[in-house]
Design a protein around this ligand. Structure first.
Ligand code: OAD
Length: 253
């Protein structure tokens, strides 16, 4: 492990352009549940088809809105963890960094990272389900919220449609401009750090492979060993909030 950490640090030190690609595991040390970890993952406990599709919202808007308001309140109530802080620090140390996140919790921004591409949208940018205009929604007190907390979605002042969360649901396309910016950053990076993702959801999961095929080094950070298929790929086994600070200390001190 030490040798892999040293090798990764050497790559990081020489890199001019870095992409940090994050998934739910990057926020788990903040207390936000991942999706697929056994027992605790959201999709292990809740039915995605009843909560994370446009059809589900049409069928039961207050159940879906209530679930996302619970998640929004939770995201607002936790703090960025040392992994988020290390990513923000990396942004101040290298000439070009792009953060590509699948997470909707805005914890990278709260840790003061800039240049964050949200592939799957954000809990803090709700919009009208019908006409898509952004809607300003007051914060909720999440204390009493949980699964099954029904909340009526606010009504759009422009068209009378219902407000929906600003996230990408199953069956929906990623925002094209964000996806294209991510692909462009990946195509020109020297190192892609992939932190806390199972690689189960496409097209996001294609980005590390795309980085490898354009000659970049890919470094995975995950408590579960990630299978590597190339000599340019490294799996660092551990939590993001532990490994990332170690990596930065070795690369830049
Ligand atoms: P998953 O829940 O699929 O995977 C989380 C990964 O994080 C797993 O590989 C864990 O081993 C790892 N992990 C857990 N704790 C960690 C820690 N402290 N440090 C580093 N890694 C850790 O989450 P995603 O890959 O993000 O999409 O899921 C992808 C997409 O599926 C999500 O964006 C969401 C979901 O459906 C949408 O909502 C569109």
């Amino acid at each position: 492990m030490n040798q892999l950490l040293e090798t990764s640090a050497a790559y990081l030190k020489c890199a001019n352009k870095i992409v940090v690609f994050t998934g739910a595991g990057a926020s788990s040390e903040s207390g936000i549940a991942t999706f697929r970890d056994a027992l605790t993952g959201l999709w292990e406990r809740f039915d995605a088809q009843r909560l994370a599709t446009a059809q589900a919202f049409k069928a039961d808007p207050s159940l879906v809105w209530g679930w996302y308001e619970w998640r929004r309140a939770q995201a607002q109530s936790v703090l960025p963890n040392p992994g988020h802080a290390a990513v923000a620090q990396l942004g101040r140390l290298v000439s070009k960094i792009t953060i590509v996140t699948q997470n909707v919790d805005s914890l990278h921004e709260r840790a003061s990272s800039e240049n964050v591409l949200h592939l799957h949208g954000s809990l803090s940018s709700p919009r009208c389900f019908e006409c898509a205009i952004p809607m300003d929604v007051p914060d909720v007190d999440g204390y009493n919220l949980g699964y099954g907390s029904r909340i009526e979605p606010p009504v759009c002042p422009e068209c009378g449609g219902l407000c929906r969360p600003g996230v990408v649901w199953f069956g929906e396309s990623l925002p094209l401009d964000v996806w294209e910016a991510a692909v462009a950053a990946v195509a020109e990076c020297d190192v892609l750090l992939s932190i806390g993702t199972s690689g189960a959801v496409y097209p996001a999961a294609a980005l590390p492979k795309q980085a490898l095929s354009s000659g970049a080094v890919v470094i995975h950070i995950n408590p579960n060993r990630v299978a590597v298929s190339s000599e340019n790929e490294i799996s660092l086994v551990g939590k993001g909030g532990v490994i990332l600070p170690q990596l930065l200390a070795r690369a830049f001190n």
